[in-house]
Design a protein around this ligand. Structure first.
Ligand code: PMP
Length: 420
């Protein structure tokens, strides 16, 4: 396997500028959805002519698709370093995976979750046995808080919800330490790896977590597939997540018996192309980790160094400025509206970033207040395999210009969004 920085498609896209002309598009919103890898595009192109129904078809193309779909489970197991006994259930995305797990918990499970989680990890757990912990000050504080909360849980099954990397600050959580205290307190752990898995290797067995949730579209495979990987027992004992064809063993006039195994939760025709794309993205990343991590670290270093010179800029940090992180930076600039900055970066400079609270409302508000910001929203810029040094420099220069000189166009708010 050739070892290099994996290439993405769309690098040559040009977008119109409100000030006239066109410019190469700088997609600095990888944390929302990453561009498609070239290897994924090839894989999809190879499969599409063979595209046919999986599992139920007797024809040759159906057999090809069934094989591709089932082989993808093994590739996902490899990618997240899972136990060979773990289940791989294909879903739409991380949100879907975590909701599936939420529905599969044994009755009376206590759940402990930090309230700083992305909504996908915060909201799928309901009932009186859900305990939300406030944002910790330090990684060690997070471990101590989880330990104390789990010690306090009533008898019965327990689940700790852990995030690999924050989608607001990019900061890495101390996953192995959190999993260790959870294990000691008899709790299982689920890792929201939506932001971690595209940037760093995730090894279930080394981290000793029980479940991992990922999204294909953040892993450079933008075809609507995700996965929940983890221990099969709770999943096999739970009611099917979706009721329908493919999840049943036998249906009679007045009864239904469900299959066990991943199909139990995958009723309906599956997203074979998406799953194939996801598996190929996983293989590509796994073969090139050293280059992926080096590339992103150098971009992040360049980005943060450039941002230091922007007057009035406050970076959001949960732990501290030196804490290890993936390529995500959120910030505000004193006296500047984050939505207007994001709109002007796009309209005048062809740079795509994001503003708002990033589906982590509690977390982002808390971070804004910790940063002493006067704003109720932030700007987020995130880099990855589609990002170049030139784009980072263009972004930093454009931001500095907008902050010091102001936008060169007029904007008005339409439905809450700044529009040129
Ligand atoms: N968790 C984190 C940390 C995320 O960043 C995201 C996506 N922003 C999600 C969960 C949800 O992922 P998806 O929208 O693909 O379900």
């Amino acid at each position: 396997v050739e070892c290099r920085i994996p290439a993405v498609v769309g690098g040559a896209l040009e977008v119109p500028l409100v000030t006239g002309g066109r410019i190469g598009y700088a997609n600095l919103d990888h944390a929302a959805s990453a561009p498609c890898l070239e290897s994924v595009q090839t894989a999809v192109n190879e499969l599409l002519p063979w595209y046919a129904s999986v599992h139920r078809g007797a024809g040759f193309a159906s057999q090809v698709c069934t094989r591709v779909y089932e082989e993808a489970r093994g590739k996902l197991l490899d990618f997240v370093g899972a136990r060979r006994t773990d289940s791989v259930i294909f879903t739409r995305n991380t949100t879907d995976s975590l909701n599936l797990l939420g529905r599969a918990l044994p009755r009376g499970t206590s759940v402990v979750v930090f309230d700083t989680e992305h909504h996908a990890a915060l909201l799928p757990w309901t009932g009186p046995r859900v305990r939300r912990l406030p944002a910790p000050e330090t990684p060690a504080g997070a471990v101590a808080a989880l330990d104390a909360a789990l010690a306090d849980c009533p008898e019965g099954p327990r689940l700790a919800v852990i995030t690999g990397a924050s989608n607001v600050t990019g900061e890495l959580w101390p996953v192995a330490d959190l999993a260790r205290v959870a294990r000691r307190r008899g709790a299982r752990t689920v890792l929201d790896a939506a932001q971690l898995a595209p940037h760093r290797p995730v090894r279930i067995t080394e981290l000793d977590v029980d479940y991992v949730a990922i999204s294909g579209h953040k892993l450079y495979a933008p075809f609507g597939a995700g996965a929940l990987v983890g221990r099969a027992d709770w999943l096999n004992a739970a009611e099917p997540y979706l009721a329908g064809g493919g999840a049943t063993r036998l249906v009679q006039e007045a009864s239904v018996s469900w299959t066990t195994g991943p199909e139990r939760h995958e009723a309906g025709s599956p997203n074979t192309v998406g799953v194939h794309a996801l598996a190929r993205a996983c293989e590509t990343l796994a073969a090139n980790w050293t280059h992926v991590v080096e590339h992103e670290e150098s971009l992040l270093h360049r980005l943060r160094a450039g941002l230091r010179d922007v007057p009035g800029l406050r970076e959001l940090c949960l732990f501290d400025a030196d804490h290890d992180r993936v390529g995500v930076v959120s910030f505000t600039v004193d006296g500047r509206d984050p939505g207007l900055l994001a709109a002007a970066l796009s309209a005048e400079h062809g740079i795509g970033v994001r503003d708002g609270l990033f589906c982590a409302h509690v977390a982002t508000r808390r971070l804004l207040s910790r940063a002493g910001s006067d704003s109720d929203r932030a700007v987020r810029v995130s880099v990855g395999l589609g990002t170049t040094n030139e784009q980072v420099d263009r972004f930093v220069n454009a931001l500095r210009w907008l902050v010091t000189q102001g936008p060169s166009w007029n904007y008005e708010q339409v439905d809450g969004r700044w529009t040129p």
